[in-house]
Design a protein around this ligand. Sequence first.
Ligand SMILES: *Cc1c(COP(=O)(O)O)cnc(C)c1O
Length: 418
Amino acid sequence: MGAEGGSPGAEDAGPGLSTSLAEGLAAVGGDRIVLDLAGIEQRYEALCRELPGVRVRFAMKACPVGEVLAALGRRGAGIDAASPGEAEQALGAGIPVSRMHYGNTVKSDRDIAAAYRLGIRDFATDSLEDVAALAAHAPGARVFCRVATSGEGAVWGLRDKFGCRPAEAPRVLERAREGGLVPSGLSVHVGSQQLTPEAWHSALERLGGVLRALVRRGIRPDQINLGGGLPALGYLDRRGHPLRPPLEQMFAVIRKGMASLRRIHGGPLEFVMEPGRHLVADHGAIRAHVVRLAERRRPDGQLQHWLYLSCGKFNGLYEMDALQYRLVFPGHTEGPYVPAVLAGPTCDSDDAYSSEHALVPVPRALASGDPVWVLSCGAYAVSYTARGFNGFTPLPYTCTGSHGRPCVPTDGRDGRDG
Ligand SMILES: *Cc1c(COP(=O)(O)O)cnc(C)c1O
């Protein structure tokens, strides 16, 4: 059967299914993403408790939904925006611009000017070219330099494209100062869905080294940005085993690293963090349906079951090549089960679990139209979706569970309100 971790029963579906999310999923009639705002708020509060004094700025690309931004904003969270478009959306959701920064090192002159006009005064950077553009188009702004990490230990490493080598960071911030900008700090990103405390340890050591070099050169930044990368808790690996990230240990390493950075700095030093996935992944799920459970013969003659779902790589499960999701089959709490390849509805062969994925146990009695809940897909589902590939429109979403407010059903073609 392969996937012993992927228990199909709702009762032990793991960290991705709270009671309120299950109620939200059961209440919707058709396919949609259900986001549990109360769960997202609780995860935010838990993070604030674990890392006291760290200001949280949600990396909104993980779930650019107005209700989610507003719920986090009401609790005091800010936003890590990666474009003027994101900043505008966050402003519309009621996040004050003073709680936003521009966290993308990649930006055109026009993007910088637009963000500056919106009132953003904090920018990430990692190159002399970007610093020159910031000096020209965001005069006097605060800039923090992103230091590259190896990305080792993460499911998605984010290497190469971002950050400068530690030895180059002081030069970048010196140039910022020469250009009339305020060299305000340093940032890192350990890689998305980072699974090892060691990666946090080495990132914090790296920051410490750069901070020492800055202090020697008379630059005393006032802020360290620890980036994103904190994990979702409900994913299975490709073989179907729960990932079980050692979250407590990571927090302990981060707290220790923060204390050490404060010692190196010697003055007041603030900390910011930009979690995306960690805040939303386990509090969102997709209510999809069975397209077909089919038994087909492989080229070598062996019989194999395929479970085609109404959602897949192009509508909600963009990250399916690196993971397995926990599944719940609400109408089928008992077997018998058959091992199947999971696939989405489109005519693209990438829209399926790969040959590196274990087969998934699915109820043999599944019929076309039966509901399926795909858990822990609150991150990067609304945002990573094709426009209507093969005529499959983006999934609409519903928010449930905050302040007793009613659900906000959305049915627009692009999944948004209005
Ligand atoms: C995407 C991104 C994040 C969020 O990453 P997660 O792994 O989802 O936490 C944070 N900061 C920056 C700069 C990013 O690009």
